[in-house]
Design a protein around this ligand. Sequence first.
Ligand code: GLU
Length: 512
Amino acid sequence: MSDQKVRVRFAPSPTGPLHIGGVRTALYNYLFARQAGGDFLLRIEDTDQTRYVEGAEEYILESLKWLGLEPDESIQNPGAVGPYRQSERRGIYQQHVEELIRTGKAYYAFDTAEELEAMRERETAAGHHSPKYDARVRMTMRNSITLSKADTDQLLSSGHPYTVRMRIPTGEVVTFSDEIRGTVQFSTDELDDKVLLKADGLPTYHLANVVDDKLMKITHVIRGEEWLSSTAHHVLLYQSFGWEAEMPVFAHLPLILKPSGKGKLSKRDGAKFGFPVFPLEWKDPKEDEIYGGFREMGFLPEAVLNFLAFMGWNPGTDEEIFNLASLCKAFSMSQINKSGARFDFDKATWYNQQYIIQATAEELHALTVSAWPEKATKEYIQSVIRMFQPRAERLADLYEKSTYLFSAPATYVDKPLKKKYKVQNHEAFAQIATMVGKSDSSTAVELADLVKGYITTQELGFGAILPVLRIFITGGMEGPDLFDMMHLLGASESELRIRNGLQYAHQLKSGE
Ligand code: GLU
């Protein structure tokens, strides 16, 4: 297929929010397509009506949009091979399944749920521990292989419910080559006669997926490892249709594991460990539960992408910061690991910090615009952002940790204040307040020189004054440079805060 234009697809089922593992699949597909100058398609696999979840499709589209992984062809932006939603392609599957029946590669099965259950019990009792509808069992069931043509036609015309099953050959080996795992083999004797068309007339995942990949001219199937075992059936389907020459290249991505490395990361792990496993927040309509999202937790999409890219792939160098454009250049399938990738939330946070540091105050302001006090000016907010940016792990740190730059502290940290504030320095603080109030320093450095000069000439010691001043100004012990903050607050506000703080500290000590 090497002379063909690369076409890949991301094919989620709208059965709930897009898990972070799904996002990684979308990302790798996107990178592979961009790199090869190919197309990235989004196909909605919604043929399982019992698992359909309201809002999931919109969620998928919004997530990809937020991350900047927008497909070249999708339900919103259809290309020539649509529809891109499987539930709208019923006729296509019907036609293909009929072809398989005609050529003897598939058959009608009329077994009821009770008959299937009885088969399982019978098989288990006979010592077959994982009973399946296979070449041997099919001969004991009600289907168009065991029934006469007349009986089959009669059942079909009477409207008896039926499924269509794939007729798996016996004694063969299915071999395919996986870009990540190398040669993979399955014995057909281990495979069951999978249902291709369900009683509701809709196809199963297997049939729809293969037919669509073929008709949508997909050249590479890049998906999660959980689909590896289905690939044997898919390869057989390609053969059954006589499409061997159009078989895509397969690449099965390693699993994303729990932080402990034991087992697959699940949606419950997010709630359990307090980190998001979804790109966006998801309100589950059935469970009445809210699952946190990276976006709502203050992550930048670039950080999420960079973090996800490294879950299962590495560039082979020490470099760790890659935006989407540089990932498109550096990505290569041969650098994808075979073993599972452990979910490390600290690493995600580290990436976010790096992207917050790199962003401009204007960009960060645009992302947080509704979170700031209404009365503050744009210039003021952006100065606050510049001060808090170097220490923010999440976007919310910018506005949650800087509240004292918008209103005077309502409380002070008593314990350190008691320890650091010495009554004999009362007069010195009062003088500093006056000095700061009168100062017309045009920079924070000038203001710092003024105050520090005073401390030095009075031989007070920085340690006795500066931490206390910080508490007066902010109420706490942490934060950006003290003089940067005082300069931003302005002379009279800083003076007022020092005087109020001083009064409070003095009372605190007098009460001892
Ligand atoms: N609909 C499948 C899913 O939800 C697609 C798997 C595949 O890519 O073949 O993941």
